[in-house]
Design a protein around this ligand. Structure first.
Ligand code: NAD
Length: 255
């Protein structure tokens, strides 16, 4: 039985992880980290703690869907007490991404800005389309619920990296995340990533390839957050048998 710790347990995805883990035969929820207290009932066998050391010790593997500062705290503690980590938190800054890489030398870490099977395939398709349709302009639009804090979404940023990689471009040099005013014509290589926020949209990403006379749009819509919690559980099961290193969702799905 794999003992799973959930970090970010009272969040939108964290709560679903707790429910979905009940359906998995060879995994069980052993602990949740809380800042204050939980506002919902949980099986008494689960350790509910605000002590990071006890939290890490009580788990064989940890799944994180929290916020960047919280994820940073988890990584710092895990470096002292290594455990396999599935990280779903988005919006990590460069320091936090470096910490994640450093930690992955000591433990297996799977980091995915989107845990869904569909988006994993979408990234492959975007790479292929970007490479094959060299003259097409690439524009990415993402839509999320009104509560989302980071923008553009981690998924959209990953998609933009796949698009840039398909053309051997450095995404940091070609990404545009807003247009306003008399900005002139679109340059050939730019890849725009635009964020829309509203209502309860779980997540919608469109990667468009536009040329004179035709365009293709690749679209993915998440209709339920369970897509992410179930994907993270699948990733955790796979990660529990891996050596130290930094893995992607594509590694886990063997795409
Ligand atoms: P949420 O705001 O509902 O939940 C955040 C959780 O983090 C809460 O439990 C909160 O208590 C906890 N938290 C915040 N600050 C903390 C701290 N300092 N210490 C400990 N815990 C802290 O968010 P959500 O919608 O569940 O999303 C969580 C993260 O996962 C976001 O970054 C979101 O973008 C990302 N996300 C990733 C995927 C994916 O597939 N990778 C899918 C959906 C959301």
């Amino acid at each position: 039985m794999i003992k799973v710790g959930v970090f970010g347990a009272s969040g939108r995805v964290g709560k679903l992880l707790i429910e979905d883990l009940k359906l998995i035969e060879d995994m069980s929820l052993s602990t949740v980290f809380v800042r204050n207290s939980l506002d919902f009932a949980i099986d008494p066998s689960v350790l509910v703690t605000s002590d990071m050391h006890s939290f890490i010790n009580a788990a064989d593997i940890i799944i994180d869907f929290s916020l960047p500062e919280a994820c940073e705290m988890l990584l710092e503690e895990a470096i002292k007490n290594p455990k396999p980590l599935v990280i779903g938190t988005t919006g990590l800054n460069n320091h936090q991404l470096n910490l994640l890489k450093q930690a992955s030398e000591l433990m297996p870490i799977l980091y995915a800005t989107n845990m869904s099977l569909g988006v994993a395939l979408l990234n492959k398709l975007v790479y292929q389309a970007s490479s094959a349709l060299k003259d097409f302009d690439i524009e990415i639009v993402e839509m999320h619920h009104r509560h989302k804090k980071d923008a553009p979404s981690g998924t959209a940023l990953t998609l933009s990296e796949s698009a840039a990689a398909g053309r051997n471009l450095d995404i940091n040099k070609v990404r545009v995340s807003g247009r306003d005013g008399n900005i002139g014509e679109r340059s050939k290589d730019e890849i725009a990533v635009m964020a829309l926020r509203g209502g309860d949209i779980v997540g919608r990403h469109t990667v468009g390839f536009y040329n004179d006379g035709e365009f293709i749009e690749l679209n993915h819509t998440a209709t339920s957050r369970n897509t992410f919690s179930k994907g993270a559980i699948r990733a955790a099961k796979w990660l529990s048998t891996q050596e130290s290193g930094l893995y992607s969702i594509a590694d886990c799905l063997e795409f």
